[in-house]
Unconditional design. Structure first.
Length: 339
């Protein structure tokens, strides 16, 4: 039996009662996180945490250092200089490590700068007050650049963020929380719109798809219209939420960090998802989990280091073809204790 048929059979067997139990349990777990971490919790599936200024500044400096290294600058560029050079580099096709999904992928030349960025995000996250609830976190974090100017080719990508989606549809676990931290650029006009699907559709929608378009019939029935991006604020979105990138201008760019984490003490919630639902429809294989144990995530930049073996030149020669990933996968960890 094919994966698509098995998933269809599973979703058809979900009762209204099961769907509502899943939704309500998910809300309780998400609300517990919010009670420990949020500085503002206005919406059911979204809360915010405004970082201490010094923590946010630490991340911005580390991010600017990493981006400047990608631009082959010997010094850390100012925000204005950085954005101008990024716009120029894109026009001249000078960033082979920039992918159509917005990822700026670290290469061998950027190992130190990226590890500093990873550590700075972990330092800030550790201060949020829910460390005993965190099970596993995405490694590495993603630095994403979204340009105002896009192309028809990007819309052809199966998992472009311009399509309304849940991250689960591309392999993120249904019990995950999505974190976005805007850092630089035009966050008013190159932004993210978020909201909710019907509660009784959440459980059957927790499955991998072959394209975000496969979920286009799942409506956004509640829009988080007042959730405006602000620099220095982390946004926490339950994986059941829907969101998409929105461009109101055709110039400029937005730079942000994103990652996902899974919490402890939610086994009944996890067990409601059929394992088959987390297989890639095109291959029938389980998607690689990007999360590592929280204690290992916190060690990066202290006791371990992320190593990227491909160089910028090798990336330029190879170029990304076919499937364009949403997350960074090609790395290895080096223990500094044994180095």
């Amino acid at each position: 039996m094919s994966q698509s048929v098995m998933t269809q059979d599973w979703t058809q067997k979900i009762s209204q009662e099961q769907a509502m139990v899943f939704s309500e349990l998910g809300d309780r777990l998400f609300n517990e996180l919010a009670s420990r971490m949020a500085t503002r919790h206005q919406y059911r599936l979204l809360f915010e945490h405004t970082l201490q200024p010094e923590l946010f500044q630490q991340i911005r400096i580390a991010a600017a250092g990493y981006i400047s290294a990608c631009l082959n600058s010997p010094i850390i560029l100012s925000e204005q200089e950085m954005i101008e050079r990024l716009l120029e580099a894109r026009e001249q096709n000078l960033l082979p490590n920039y992918l159509g999904t917005g990822l700026l992928v670290p290469k061998k030349e950027h190992i130190l700068a990226f590890n500093l960025l990873q550590k700075s995000v972990a330092d800030a996250f550790f201060q949020l007050g829910a460390n005993d609830l965190i099970d596993a976190v995405d490694l590495p974090v993603n630095l994403r650049m979204v340009y105002g100017k896009t192309s028809a080719e990007v819309l052809k990508l199966p998992f472009t963020s311009m399509k309304r989606h849940s991250d689960v549809w591309n392999g993120v676990h249904p019990d995950a929380t999505v974190v976005v931290l805007p850092l630089f650029g035009d966050i008013d006009n190159i932004t993210i719109e978020a909201g909710e699907m019907p509660r009784d559709m959440e459980l059957p929608a927790m499955r991998l798809m072959s394209d975000f378009n496969d979920g286009r019939d799942i409506p956004m029935v509640v829009s988080y219209d007042e959730a405006k991006m602000q620099h220095g604020t982390m946004y926490f979105n339950d994986a059941r939420g829907l969101h998409q990138t929105v461009r109101r201008v055709s110039h400029g760019l937005r730079i942000s960090i994103d990652f996902r984490f899974r919490r402890k003490f939610n086994e009944p919630y996890r067990s409601m998802i059929l394992p088959e639902a987390m297989k890639r429809p095109s291959t029938g294989n389980f998607e690689q989990d990007m999360c590592v144990p929280y204690e290992d995530w916190l060690k990066v930049g202290r006791e371990t280091m992320l190593i990227f073996d491909e160089t910028m030149e090798e990336s330029r020669l190879r170029r990304q073809v076919g499937d364009v990933p949403l997350y960074i996968r090609d790395y290895r960890l080096l223990s500094l204790n044994n180095a």
